[in-house]
Design a protein around this ligand. Structure first.
Ligand SMILES: NC(=O)c1ccc[n+]([C@@H]2O[C@H](COP(=O)([O-])OP(=O)(O)OC[C@H]3O[C@@H](n4cnc5c(N)ncnc54)[C@H](OP(=O)(O)O)[C@@H]3O)[C@@H](O)[C@H]2O)c1
Length: 330
């Protein structure tokens, strides 16, 4: 292992915030049983927030952001892993209070490490990343509550984003009819290629209304947006349908009434992927490598490590399309 290696570091001294590339030594990495030589990471909305002073994601500075990583075990003091194993580590405290994937080397607790499922390369695993785990968990919960393709269309909001794109692609693979809501009029062809057969403008799905319920339209939904969009989903979900609420790119306050819940029996499911228990996490990753495997080629956009600051700025502006994978290895 090299004496020094490259990492993207955020720091705060007093009121002064900085974010940029730095050379680190292994002594500067946090404690953990597994040292990973990182090959790929990815760009998630949370990583964008971690890269700015007012993001409220990072809990202790200095820190390497990056909630996702895939790489090769360089050292392990835990019997479950050995040098040379290909592995994935996503979320938990990564990129928040424990240095994450924007680094040529990362040291993590063994309990956070998932063996790379057969059938996926390290790069493919990062195209899927936390976005895929979130969609996988959402589908797992919704299907447990009875969602199936015959129930009707599923609406994906924030559709061109990372989770949205992976969501459309996985729903298509599972035989669902998909509607997509987007603010990007220029990306309809992309969404159709992924599998959406109906496209709604963001204005329609973010519109406020005084009516407690509207025409029943969606058997289910994957919601990256929150705010008034989640209010819209609650008003328009079909009898017994489910909403997977995991995002807040459109805001945190949700206006609703009790009526869709007590008159239509809809299910509002809170989805939290960061602390998803390891057993379920490994199960979902097995699905992501096989029957949930999304259309990786259409979704992916690779950037070099040096291009990371630009990619982080773009996701904060809502300008990302699909999944951005970061090539960390030289
Ligand atoms: N709960 C969890 O475990 C979990 C896990 C992963 C992600 N998330 C959350 O899920 C959300 C999506 O994450 P991501 O990584 O996919 O981010 P992303 O790639 O930036 O996707 C978000 C999409 O939302 C839409 N959008 C952006 N700003 C908006 C606004 N002001 N109003 C309405 N729509 C807006 C855009 O899509 P269009 O232009 O197509 O409308 C954007 O591409 C984030 O809130 C993230 O924190 C949560």
């Amino acid at each position: 292992m090299a004496e020094v290696f490259r990492a993207f570091v955020v720091a705060k001294t007093g009121e002064e915030f900085s974010a940029g590339f730095k050379e680190l030594t292994r002594e500067e990495l946090p404690a953990g049983e597994v040292l990973i030589r990182v090959a790929y990471s990815s760009v998630n909305y949370k990583d964008g927030l971690a890269s700015i002073a007012e993001g409220k994601v990072v809990r202790n500075y200095p820190l390497v952001p990056g909630i996702d990583m895939a790489g090769i075990v360089a050292e392990s003091s835990d019997a479950r892993f050995k040098e040379g194993d290909p592995v994935i580590a996503t979320s938990y405290e990564l990129g928040m209070s424990h240095s994450g994937g924007y680094s040529e080397y990362a040291r993590v607790p063994a309990g956070w490490v998932v063996p790379l499922p057969g059938g996926l390369s390290l790069k493919e695993a990062m195209i899927i990343g936390t976005a895929g785990l979130t969609v996988g968990l959402s589908l797992h919960q919704m299907e447990k509550l009875g969602l199936k393709p015959e129930n009707g269309p599923v609406l994906v909001t924030g559709a061109t984003g990372g989770v949205g794109s992976v969501g459309i692609s996985i729903l298509k693979k599972r035989g669902y009819t998909i509607a997509a809501s987007t603010g990007k009029a220029s990306e309809h062809a992309y969404l159709q290629k992924l599998g959406a057969t109906e496209i709604l403008g963001r204005d329609e799905t973010a519109a406020e209304s005084r009516r407690p319920m509207e025409k029943e339209r969606w058997a289910g939904s994957l919601d990256s947006v929150g705010g008034s969009t989640l209010s819209y989903l609650i008003r328009t979900t079909k009898y017994g349908g489910s909403i997977a609420a995991y995002g807040n790119t459109g805001g945190g306050n949700v206006a609703t009434t009790i009526y869709p819940f007590i008159l239509r029996g809809i299910n509002l499911l809170g989805i939290e992927s960061a602390n998803c228990p390891m057993e379920l996490r490994q199960q979902i990753w097995q699905h992501l490598a096989s029957d949930y495997r999304p259309d990786l080629e259409t979704i992916a956009h690779e950037v070099a490590f040096e291009e990371l600051p630009q990619a982080l700025a773009t996701i904060l502006k809502g300008g990302t399309k699909g999944r951005v994978v970061v090539r960390v290895e030289r």
